[in-house]
Design a protein around this ligand. Structure first.
Ligand SMILES: Nc1ncnc2c1ncn2[C@@H]1O[C@H](COP(=O)(O)OP(=O)(O)OP(=O)(O)O)[C@@H](O)[C@H]1O
Length: 354
């Protein structure tokens, strides 16, 4: 899709908010905007009493975007009162800080990003987190992938996090990693609601009201793309660095470049690129094949002057391990596949980044 985020915003600026008379963007109605090859998604946060006129604005916005040639436009309308909330937290009205704020007890925050979905960002995050834990680091993993939280499954964690004092949320822990996920705050079939207005608030709660304890490093598994979650995270807290995961395919690389540009604009250092699904290693015979091509990420990294942290092979065991709730670093720590992730962890520690 050749339509840019800018094009989308410009189109939305031509639609009037029937309540304030401003355009939708100026009225702050467009939330969690994601523009990628799957289309355009965003949320309009509305006053439920104004649902009828707002529905007209929503339909107009959708029609305008479709007229740009965008096939899939998904505009969800939500109201604060209608969204299910995470544990009701009392007495926690925080003064809204203007700039980024440190997360108490957390020494460093590293974001793991990808330009597009399905490149293995969550798999990489889970394995880096467990590999850092294996090196003796105190590690947290925040699953901020609102469009498909997968860390509970990958780390084999179930249950709802408790909030005994109604002020803080107790994270869960497995394989030496302290973990919190938006996926644990919703019923499975309700995940879509997090695309709503609660999203930014929920993200802030995940950062500041979860009792992370003392951590050397908090890994944040971001949603794919360059949407509002990434911006919010970089604005609300201090991101020490970012790692961008890509597959060798051209399109994924192009998207990865957008991700890198975004972090550059946000002044977040890029620790490096990871090429995932680099080489296919047959689990029967060990034969190596470059299904998606090979070396593209290395070339791109060189071109952009960022390090290539690792090339992770496409291997069935990596998938089955994650699906089984124990990442390969935990279930087969001595396998060559696990060694790749352990190498990344050692590198991050050696560089003073984790
Ligand atoms: N190196 C790999 N070898 C084999 N399977 C892999 C590898 N990396 C990821 N996978 C599998 O690919 C699928 C997608 O991976 P994952 O969920 O980590 O991607 P993602 O980028 O986080 O996706 P999304 O952003 O859409 O959530 C999963 O089934 C995962 O087990």
């Amino acid at each position: 899709m050749s339509v840019t985020r800018e094009d989308v915003l410009n189109a939305l600026k031509t639609v009037k908010d029937p309540v304030t008379g401003n355009d939708l963007v100026a009225a702050g109605l467009v939330r969690a905007l994601t523009v990628d090859e799957n289309g355009v998604r965003f949320v309009m946060e509305i006053d439920p009493a104004k649902a009828d006129p707002m529905e007209k604005a929503r339909a107009e916005a959708e029609a305008k975007l479709k007229s740009l040639g965008i096939d899939k436009v998904s505009v969800a309308m939500t109201a604060h009162s209608a969204a299910p909330k995470p544990p009701e937290l009392k007495g926690t009205a925080r003064p809204k800080p203007a700039g980024p704020e440190a997360v108490p007890g957390v020494a460093r925050i590293i974001a793991i990003a990808s330009g597009k979905g399905g490149v293995g960002k969550s798999t990489v995050s889970a394995n880096i987190a467990t590999a850092l834990a294996a090196e003796g680091r105190k590690v947290g993993l925040l699953d901020a992938d609102v469009y498909g939280p997968s860390q509970p499954r990958m780390l084999g964690v179930t249950g709802r996090p408790a909030s005994p004092d109604n002020k803080t949320i107790l994270p869960l822990r497995n394989h030496g990693v302290t973990m919190m996920s938006l996926g644990l705050m919703t019923q499975e079939d309700e995940a879509v609601v997090w695309r709503g207005p609660m999203l930014m608030g929920a993200l802030q709660q995940m950062l500041f009201q979860v009792q992370w304890g003392a951590l050397d490093v908090l890994i944040v598994d971001l949603p794919p793309g360059t949407g509002d979650v990434q911006m919010t995270l970089a604005q609300k807290t201090h991101l020490n660095g970012a790692i961008v995961v890509s597959t060798p395919q051209d399109i994924a690389l192009l998207d990865a470049r957008k991700g890198i540009d975004m972090f550059n604009k946000l002044n977040v250092p890029i620790y490096g690129l990871i090429e995932n699904m680099s080489t296919h290693i047959c689990s029967n015979c060990g034969h190596e094949e470059h299904i998606f091509g090979h070396g593209g990420v290395a070339k791109q990294a060189e071109k952009m002057g960022v390090p290539l942290l690792a090339e992770v092979p496409l291997h069935l065991d990596i998938r089955t391990a994650s699906d089984g709730g124990a990442p390969i670093v935990v279930s087969q720590p001595d396998s060559p596949q696990a060694q790749v992730f352990r190498g990344i962890a050692k590198q991050l520690i050696a560089d003073g980044n984790a």
